[in-house]
Write a protein that binds this ligand. Structure first.
Ligand SMILES: Cc1cc2nc3c(=O)[nH]c(=O)nc-3n(C[C@H](O)[C@H](O)[C@H](O)COP(=O)(O)OP(=O)(O)OC[C@H]3O[C@@H](n4cnc5c(N)ncnc54)[C@H](O)[C@@H]3O)c2cc1C
Length: 510
């Protein structure tokens, strides 16, 4: 930590190393935090990662067909442009390799601690610091950055008979590459973004494909193509051309956001495109009807694919228009009572999102757990900080998700906020910051007011953006530019500064 004359922290002991910042997670969020910390001159930090390599989403999701659905030139860091993206929507191996390169280029390796799953984050009031217990040891830190991922912990429904299923079972984000699906009877449960990428890839090789669809998704054509050698050359030799391309992609999405957040009615026009897409891919009117959603497009995440419908319409595929209800041996029983015999099940059932898993491991002032604090729904100030949990900064915190643009834009905005908070705190000579109750309440009241007119609230669907109580605690209900403005600087009027209260340790003054 850049030494502040008023700081009185205990010195690190042999047993418990102390750092200025501990970052949890090494996906785009954690790695981005590392880069920005170093650029701010803060080198006293660790990045704690439960796995044995970096990449987060792009390490864990290796299923066939896994790729981004926001163009690569926008779905990458602004400070690390990549002229070599092979496709407009690059695949998982390329995005993972990009994150490995970012790790090397920005000197993050020495900060990384792998196999270090954080099992507890506990605020020590007297010492005004966090105690971090991990599978690889304990650290204390002045501040913690939680970048543990919005879509990192797979969700598999608890279904009667699942434990006794004799065949193979895995989640889309934990693909078993040793299991050969060729010729097998395979069930895919769910029809979200991952399932829509998996289905066209596995349909030609499996014997029989049974897709359990609770609610159909709207699917638009995927305008994916190879990036030509000339374009790559141009972006490498003349970097402003890459920046221009990014700016154009950004601007297009900023214009579109208005339809999602303020004028959902205008999305009807887009719906026509999606209906045309169904007609193009599916000849059977009965199947078309079952694949046509009854809610406004955009209410659930819009999927992009040119191959999804043809795969579902193939002779070896069957769409069951009901959720999977129970299993009897190798027979899968749908909610409509139909029975389906399978050898393997792929769960494309999403992640723990509104019930952020790390919240159960965080204990703030007076030992209150974050999960308890959030029992009526997640909320934070500016998606970043929570009252009662000083010096804890989220990257992709509550209500920072997007329905139509690159999450990297939101991550970078939150990193601006983080760095400004840390430097402000240093300049003030304070030990920690926490939002005032008023500021946090006000922020969320306004946010939920805006949310009420978005397509996510009015579109007539139930989505993973909503928690059990139906509150959307996941998405940001405005443009990414407005979030950037809202997180450019920390407003001290929204915060309480906590001063060090513990007695001064002699050695800390040395
Ligand atoms: C298949 C898929 C496709 C996607 N495509 C897009 C897209 O096209 N565009 C887009 O904008 N977004 C997309 N997303 C969303 C994506 O998750 C974010 O864009 C982004 O990658 C999130 O980065 P992150 O660092 O916040 O989280 P993650 O990438 O999930 O990284 C979190 C890291 O934290 C680690 N971790 C979690 N808990 C602990 C713990 N207790 N202790 C230690 N380590 C821990 C995890 O192992 C992981 O490495 C996609 C998500 C998925 C699943």
């Amino acid at each position: 930590m850049a030494a502040s004359p008023k700081r009185t922290k205990q010195r690190p002991t042999e047993q418990t190393p102390h750092v200025r910042v501990a970052v949890v997670g090494s996906g785009f969020g954690g790695l981005g935090a590392g880069v920005r910390l170093r650029r701010a001159g803060i080198t006293d930090f660790v990045i704690l990662e439960r796995a044995d390599s970096v990449g987060g989403t792009w390490r864990d999701n290796s299923y066939p067909g896994c790729a981004c659905d926001v163009p690569s030139h926008l779905y990458s860091f602004s400070f690390a442009p990549n002229p070599d993206w092979p496709r407009s929507f690059s695949g998982q191996p390329d995005i993972r390799a990009y994150l490995e390169r970012v790790t090397d280029t920005f000197g993050l390796r020495p900060h990384l601690r792998f196999n270090a799953e954080v099992t507890e984050l506990r605020w020590e009031q007297e010492q005004t610091r966090w105690r971090i217990t991990t599978a690889a040891g304990t650290w204390t830190a002045d501040a913690v950055v939680s970048a543990s991922g919005p879509l990192a912990d797979p969700q598999i429904p608890e279904l009667p008979g699942l434990a006794e299923f004799p065949g193979k079972v895995f989640h889309s984000s934990r693909w078993d590459h040793d299991y050969d699906l060729t010729g097998k009877r395979v069930a895919v449960v769910g029809t979200g973004a991952s399932a829509a990428q998996i289905i066209p890839q596995i349909q030609p090789k499996v014997g029989k494909l049974t897709v359990f669809q609770r609610t159909p998704a709207w699917v638009l054509p995927r305008r994916d193509r190879e990036i030509s050698a000339a374009e790559k050359w141009l972006h490498a030799k003349l970097p402003p051309t890459g920046a221009l391309r990014r700016a154009a992609l950004f601007a297009l999405r900023e214009v579109q956001v208005d339809a999602f957040v303020r004028r959902p009615g205008t999305l009807k026009l887009v719906e026509q495109l999606a209906v045309h897409n169904i007609h193009k891919g599916v000849a059977d009117p009965e199947l078309r009807a079952r694949l046509t959603p009854d809610y406004r497009i955009g209410c659930k995440r819009i999927l992009l694919s040119n191959t999804y419908y043809p795969a579902l319409a193939a002779a070896n595929a069957e769409v069951v228009s009901a959720g999977l209800a129970e299993l009897r041996g190798s027979t899968l029983v749908a909610a409509d009572g139909s029975e389906h015999e399978v050898d393997a099940i792929v769960f494309g059932t999403g992640f723990h999102v509104t019930d952020m898993p790390i919240a159960h491991r965080v204990f703030g002032i007076d030992g209150v757990s974050l999960a308890e604090e959030w029992k009526d729904g997640m909320e934070a100030l500016r998606g970043s900080t929570v009252r009662g949990f000083p010096n804890l900064f989220f990257v992709i915190g509550p209500n920072t998700g997007l329905g139509n643009s690159s999450m990297i834009l939101m991550i970078e905005s939150q990193l601006n906020y983080l760095i400004d908070a840390l430097t402000t705190l240093s300049a003030l000579g304070g030990a920690a910051l926490q939002p005032t109750a008023r500021a946090q309440r006000q922020w969320n009241l306004e946010l939920q007011h805006k949310m009420s007119r978005t397509v996510w609230s009015t579109g007539g669907c139930r989505s993973w953006y909503q928690d059990e109580g139906g509150k959307n605690t996941v998405l940001w209900p405005a443009s990414t530019s407005s979030f950037r403005r809202a997180t450019r600087k920390l407003d001290l009027a929204e915060y309480e500064v906590i001063r060090q209260t513990a007695p001064v340790a002699e050695e800390a003054l040395v």
